[in-house]
Design a protein around this ligand. Structure first.
Ligand SMILES: Cc1ncc(C[n+]2csc(CCOP(=O)(O)OP(=O)(O)O)c2C)c(N)n1
Ligand code: SF4
Ligand SMILES: [Mg+2]
Length: 273
């Protein structure tokens, strides 16, 4: 794969290629709505996997939700595991293919609601998988219903007057919850809200992939993303909303990094206890 053409060799006056689409990213339009963050996260994954030479060794697991068709865009081997079961399916793949790079990609409805048990179980077991968790605060695919991650006061099609904590509960910071588990080597939250944050999110995804390569346990990156259609906003408004109320509820940064390999993760967790 060639991300960057070599600067060396370009002679004065010749155009120099500074960026190219990673080969692992399919050369096709996506089905995502204009301004949707899923495409940015796909690109970051494609760049990181390419830089770490992972595509040929990768088995990825796709969810339900708008990213169900991730397998049409990232040209690696995929298994489809609808209804929140990606971490369970990834666990099976891990056990039978110990040499593979195992990746899951899930939205917040899929991971934090429909498949809560599976993500908690995989994290508790310290499964050596890399999980990408796209939190856009809503069930995008099915028409914008409330998710566990929906903000208090946020209007959705199933909370038309705004989410009320008294009757609908509070948003779940699931990545912080998972980070408490000793089996979790790395947990971080980034966002696609602007160019500088996209760079930081890429570093988090890179670290989460390296953890697996270096023999660490479970690694998760939550990507705060947008759903302009479900939020009833323009793409630009949705990015401002991300930077404001969404980041206030879901703080950005590395939540835990216990180091690799697995034994050091366990030792670090014991010393925290
Ligand atoms: C057990 C079960 N309940 C509900 C559905 C319907 N369903 C399909 S996708 C989806 C929402 C997924 O939302 P999310 O994971 O947040 O992804 P997004 O579309 O927002 O990226 C739901 C509820 C389902 N497929 N299975
Ligand atoms: S409904 Fe929302 S999450 Fe789904 S593709 Fe459109 S903008 Fe993206
Ligand atoms: Mg969602």
């Amino acid at each position: 794969m060639k991300l960057h053409s070599p600067a060396a060799g370009a002679t004065a006056g010749e155009p120099r290629l500074v960026y190219a689409k990673p080969d692992v990213l399919a050369d096709r339009s996506t089905h995502y709505c204009p301004g949707c963050g899923h495409g940015i996260i796909h690109r970051l994954l494609a760049e990181v996997m390419t830089e770490l030479d992972l595509p040929a060794h990768t088995i990825a697991v796709a969810p339900v939700g708008c990213s169900v068709f991730a397998y049409d865009y990232l040209m690696v081997d995929w298994v489809e595991a609808p209804h929140g079961r990606a971490p369970a399916v990834a666990t099976g793949i891990r056990r039978v293919r110990p040499e593979a790079f195992v990746l899951t990609y899930q939205g917040d409805g899929d991971l934090a609601a429909i498949g809560t048990a599976e993500i908690v179980g995989a994290a508790a077991r310290g499964e050596r998988i890399t999980a990408i968790f796209v939190n856009n605060g809503i069930y995008g695919m099915t028409g914008g219903q409330m998710a566990p991650t929906t903000l208090i006061g946020q209007r959705t099609t199933s909370s038309p007057t705004g989410r009320d904590a008294l009757t609908m509960g509070f948003p779940i910071r699931i990545t912080e919850m998972l980070a408490q588990l000793p089996g979790v080597t790395y947990a971080a939250r980034g966002t696609i809200a602007d160019a500088s944050q996209i760079g930081k999110l890429k570093s988090m995804i890179r670290r989460a992939c390296q953890v697996q390569i270096e023999g660490g346990g479970f690694a998760i990156v939550e990507a705060l993303s947008n759903c302009p259609v479900g939020w009833g906003m323009t793409p630009q408004q949705s990015l401002e909303h991300l930077k404001g109320p969404v980041v206030k509820e879901y703080p950005l940064g590395v939540i835990v990094d216990r180091g690799t390999p697995v034994q050091s993760t366990v030792d670090a967790a014991r010393s925290e206890a």
